[in-house]
Design a protein around this ligand. Structure first.
Ligand SMILES: [Zn+2]
Length: 295
């Protein structure tokens, strides 16, 4: 069910987006010693709250609507909730009941080679309603340059994204966001402070945009955010399994019209003009600018 979303300065803010009132406090990290191994922990840790699958998660206040929206920051707890509870990254409503077949819709900005979503592809971007996806494509400059989508039968937890700390100094090992896979790297899993859950996508029914991105776009480049991970598995087929919207889009090389967007919603049998005031979390993930909303 689609839920109302919050506004900041007249701009709708996706459910996934963090607010300044939710800025992470100092994490009070310590080394915790077990019977045979040691790992990262909090000084006043509550495993029931601070861990999932024995992985430590970043602490963030959960006060959406307090302060300013942090367009380039994903709230760690809400990202995990939307993934594990099949909730929409834009409005926060449940998505399992959005379709009779209970398949989940995932939407991404198109890669440079515009390959479709592939079987086993991994992502930290949660599912969303078709209506929310439609409005995301309408409003987000990143997605307006090109997008791919897929209906997904089921997802499998792959691992986490976060910061891996050095055991001896408790400082980050690298200056970037690391991806750590469950069960395959037990050492890194003990020393990572997770911020996002990564899943793999299965039983893929790709829905792709058949046109090329617009040749002339007024929007400035939107830097890719580490908050949005989309990686095709090695060896996956490229460009051979994609479907297209029935009658969607125009000839290659032309700018996609809003009609193509509407076809997305109609194809997914969920379009509801009464719920137009939604905007994609993907916009926030790509440093969406308020003035680009036209609000
Ligand atoms: Zn939604």
């Amino acid at each position: 069910m689609i839920r109302p979303i919050r506004y900041w300065n007249g701009v709708p803010v996706p459910f996934l987006t963090a607010w300044s009132g939710e800025d992470p406090p100092p994490q009070a990290l310590v080394v915790r010693h077990g019977r045979q191994v040691s790992g990262l922990g909090f000084r006043d840790e509550d495993p029931a709250v601070d861990r999932q699958l024995n992985v430590l998660w970043m602490r963030m206040p959960a006060v959406p609507g307090v302060g300013e929206s942090r367009w380039d920051t994903v709230h760690a707890l809400r990202q995990r909730q939307t993934m594990t509870r099949s909730r929409c990254q834009v409005c926060g409503g449940g998505v399992l009941d959005a379709r009779a077949d209970q398949r989940l819709l995932f939407l991404f900005g198109a890669s440079a080679d515009r390959h479709p979503v592939g079987e086993g592809e991994r992502t930290s971007s949660p599912p969303l309603h078709a209506t929310c996806a439609q409005l995301a494509v309408q409003h987000c400059p990143f997605l307006r340059r090109g997008w791919v989508a897929a209906l997904v039968g089921y997802t499998v937890d792959w691992g986490v994204a976060g910061t891996v700390y050095a055991p001896d100094t408790l400082t980050p090992l690298t200056g970037r966001v690391d991806e750590v896979r469950y069960f395959s790297d037990p050492v890194a899993l003990r020393w990572v402070l997770a911020t996002r859950l990564i899943v793999t996508l299965h039983e893929i029914d790709p829905v792709t945009e058949p046109t090329s991105p617009p040749a002339t776009s007024p929007e400035p480049p939107s830097p890719a955010s580490p908050a949005s991970i989309r990686s095709a598995p090695s060896g996956s087929p490229s460009g051979s399994t994609a479907g297209t919207f029935p009658g969607g889009g125009g000839p290659a090389g032309t700018r996609r019209s809003d009609g193509g967007v509407l076809e997305l919603a109609h194809h997914l049998t969920e379009f509801n003009p009464a719920t137009r005031l939604h905007v994609s979390a993907a916009c926030a993930l790509h440093r969406y600018r308020a003035w680009q909303l036209g609000c």
